[in-house]
Design a protein around this ligand. Structure first.
Ligand SMILES: C[S@@+](CC[C@H](N)C(=O)[O-])C[C@H]1O[C@@H](n2cnc3c(N)ncnc32)[C@H](O)[C@@H]1O
Length: 373
């Protein structure tokens, strides 16, 4: 097939890098001939020049390409970024260089998109979800029908249809992550004996809420914010509305934070959020509210750290971005690794027919507190 001269140059650049040509001749293609750095060669598995430089383990060239504007988050046909390739080759130096370029670029994009005039900037490639099915669009999700069922492997799941796929809103296998989260949120908490004041956003299967209720001393107050009508109906059938220490706030968290049941409480001992179909910008918006939701230095905050978890580099970038943004609002995060319970042979069984959304080998669990001055 005939391709344009510009694409031909892009192809030559990738070939030249893979052939270990000298930095001078590669520079010639980039600087004098303006070979396009964005080009991804379908005949080479969809790799870009940056991928090729990671394959060739050419650190100087990786640095040069990043300086010249190569896209750190381009993925090849196997869904790998250049950083993933460096990681698979155990090249920490290249991995960190590309990943750090990602963190810088996403920090900048978050900053730009919070300025009102640039609110809808198209360039937020990771931060903004481009999926307008129920899995990526909050409005679409909230008006979709949910199904609660036990799958063919005996696992409780709550699913929604997103385009052709069935996507898990919450799946039973996540229980181990929720258990560890509750343990770390409550262990040795100063107010544990008198009953914690807990705020949870997103009920799903009610796994984390059931764990809070099952504490030796149940919460003195347990506020749950939930937006989906089918989940609320499910909660009613299960008797959550009848529990004396539980208050259910119906609606999107974005709309109810100033309500008496949330702002009127005067601060919580534990705050957790785990919503669905929301992107990083929404999470960042929530982070900004957290200091006002906590009652004091003993209070703890956590969130389901699942964004980007189908790609190691993206997961790392999101995790570090969260850490930086939480520190901007005065919160210090302790991270711990929990083995992904899907690493074993049960993996295929656990996903059943649903779309996989968490494939990282470890879950990076955050526990944040007000940083001491
Ligand atoms: C992944 S599930 C939560 C699972 C829960 N952590 C558990 O342990 O079962 C996400 C929940 O958040 C709800 N949700 C999504 N967007 C929301 C929003 N903007 N405000 C409040 N709830 C929301 C969904 O309807 C769903 O019930």
């Amino acid at each position: 097939m005939e391709i344009s001269p510009a694409l031909e140059l892009g192809k030559r650049l990738i070939r030249s890098i893979l052939d270990f040509d000298s930095l001078d001749s590669i520079n010639q293609l980039i600087n004098a001939e303006s070979a396009p750095l964005w080009y991804q060669d379908p005949e080479e598995g969809g790799i870009s020049a940056l991928h090729a430089a990671a394959f060739a383990e050419n650190f100087e060239l990786v640095k040069l390409l990043i300086t010249k504007g190569a896209m750190w988050n381009a993925i090849d046909s196997l869904n790998n970024t250049a950083a993933d390739i460096a990681l698979s080759m155990n090249n920490a130096k290249i991995y960190e260089h590309v990943r750090n370029a990602g963190i810088r670029s996403e920090m900048l994009l978050t900053l730009l998109s919070t300025k009102s005039s640039l609110n809808d900037t198209e360039s937020t490639m990771i931060l903004k979800s481009e999926d307008d099915t129920a899995a990526g669009s909050s409005d679409e999700y909230l008006s979709s029908k949910l199904t609660f069922k036990t799958d063919e492997y005996g696992q409780d799941i709550c699913v929604v249809n997103a385009g052709e796929d069935e996507v898990g809103v919450m799946m039973g296998w996540e229980k181990e992550i929720m258990e560890e989260t509750v343990r770390r949120l409550t262990e040795d908490h100063d107010n544990l004996q008198e009953g914690l004041k807990v705020l949870n956003i997103g009920f799903g299967l009610g796994i984390i809420d059931s764990l809070f209720q099952a504490l030796d001393t149940p919460p003195s107050l347990h506020v749950i914010i939930e937006a989906h009508p089918d989940v609320l109906a499910h909660m009613r059938i299960q008797g959550w509305y009848d529990k004396s220490n539980v208050r259910i706030v119906e609606g999107k968290w974005q709309d109810v934070m100033s309500s008496e049941d949330v702002a009127g409480v005067g601060g919580f001992d534990v705050v957790y959020t785990d919503t669905f179909s929301e992107d990083y910008m929404a999470l960042k918006e929530f982070f900004d509210l957290v200091p006002d939701l906590l009652s004091g230095p003993e209070s703890r905050f956590s969130f389901f750290n699942g964004l980007g978890a189908t790609n190691l580099t993206f997961y790392d970038v999101y995790t570090r971005l969260s850490d930086l943004h939480l520190s901007d609002v005065g919160l210090e995060v302790g991270w711990s690794d929990v083995d992904n319970p899907l690493n074993d042979e049960r993996r295929k069984e656990r996903w059943g027919k649903t779309r996989e959304y968490f494939t990282a080998p470890v879950y990076r669990l955050p526990i944040a507190r007000m940083a001491l001055m």
